[in-house]
Design a binder for this molecule. Structure first.
Ligand code: TXA
Ligand code: MG
Length: 338
């Protein structure tokens, strides 16, 4: 990635075009957050409903008061502790932020990513004073991209190669989307964890002295928290470690084409398989690429070994649960079908 490529991309953003760029979590599809037409183009490209807000990405040292109507102390502390990094904070939005960015809500999500290409892009864009609105660079509901090739795979079919500029920054190191903490209703609800991620609730609590609660019914909407999301085309189902080998043998015996994603060493009978590391950081790094690879293996089902349930795996279990949503009962159907 050359300096010139980054400057060109920043100029394209300033001119209202879309640019896909790497972050440490997943790749984003970016537009000038202060240009409503550019933000609308993101929604069109993704096929995303208009009322889903997008995160505004800012450069290190950005002025939070420019983006937020109110900046609670908690937000300043969390920014100091975790930015640049995989944490998004929801705060009351400043009046000048376009409706398209906030999905019509009175809040805005802000994040300062740590990927060097993202930081260089944000530093070049509007002299480091702008904001880049960017959802994950995938069609709505699909698995988020963790490489530049994933982004091209998502959009080339529709728009043709090169229609969207994609900055290539290698594989995203975190691998799942940022932790989202809502700080917009502190007085009434305290901090709320809208989406678990690499930065855990306990780490946030250690900085602000209050444990983020699980979302309530009135919590701000987040599309990444829809029951069905992050899903490959083939159905996904989870199976416990002990059950997995026998289940795969039975399904293979019935002629079912099944792919498996596992982290335990075991011999299994499957049409395709991926072995991920048996620790959460390495597992998250490999998960989305594994789902994409298994989805290309022409299988009827992607069976995923249920990960451990400790806190460190919370973000992973959250994404897998959403990927598997809508596939309930599919194992039983395969087992009872003729
Ligand atoms: O790691 C990430 O957060 C990546 C990279 C590109 O930064 N971005 C990402 O964006 O995952 P997206 O749009 O795919 O998911 C962001 C989530 C969505 O569920 C959105 O609804 C929620 O954040 N969100 C954004 N602004 C919000 C707001 N003001 N209130 C509530 N939720 C918000
Ligand atoms: Mg997304």
């Amino acid at each position: 990635m050359t300096e010139q490529a980054i400057l060109d991309a920043a100029a394209r953003l300033e001119a209202g075009a879309l640019v896909a760029f790497p972050t440490e979590t997943v790749y984003g599809l970016g537009a000038d957050a202060e240009n409503p037409a550019a933000v609308a183009a993101i929604y069109a490209a993704k096929g995303r409903p208009q009322d889903h807000p997008v995160i505004v990405h800012v450069a290190p040292g950005a002025d939070l008061d420019y983006w937020a109507a109110e900046v609670p102390d908690e937000a300043r502390k969390l920014a100091r502790a975790f930015w640049p990094g995989p944490l998004t904070m929801i705060v009351k939005r400043h009046a000048h932020i376009p409706d398209a960015v906030s999905g019509g809500q009175d809040t805005v999500g802000i994040r300062c990513p740590s990927h060097p290409v993202a930081m260089a892009l944000l530093a070049a864009f509007k002299g480091g004073k702008g904001g880049v609105a960017a959802p994950s660079a995938n069609k709505f509901g699909n698995v988020s991209p963790t490489t530049a090739q994933h982004v091209r795979d998502e959009f080339n079919e529709e728009f043709g190669a090169g229609a969207i500029t994609v900055l290539d920054g290698g594989a995203s190191q975190v691998g799942i989307e940022s932790t989202i903490v809502d700080l917009s209703r502190l007085a009434t609800h305290g901090p709320v964890l809208l989406r678990p991620g690499h930065i855990g609730a306990a780490e946030i609590a250690a900085v602000i002295g209050a444990m983020p609660a699980a979302p309530d019914a009135a919590a701000p909407r987040a599309s990444g928290t829809l029951e069905s999301h992050y899903a490959p085309k083939a159905p996904v189902a989870l199976a416990d470690t002990a059950r997995l080998p026998g289940l795969l043998t039975t399904l293979a015996g019935r002629g079912r084409r099944v792919a498996v994603i596992r982290y335990s060493p075991m011999l299994v009978q499957a049409s395709a398989q991926e072995l991920l590391p048996n620790e959460p950081a390495g597992y998250a790094f490999g998960l989305y690429a594994a789902l994409r690879t298994m989805d290309r293996a022409d299988v009827e089902l992607i069976l995923v070994e249920t990960p451990p349930q400790h806190d460190a795996w919370l973000g992973i279990n959250d994404r897998l649960r959403r990927a598997a949503f809508g596939s309930a009962g599919i194992i039983d159907r395969f087992l009872t079908a003729e």
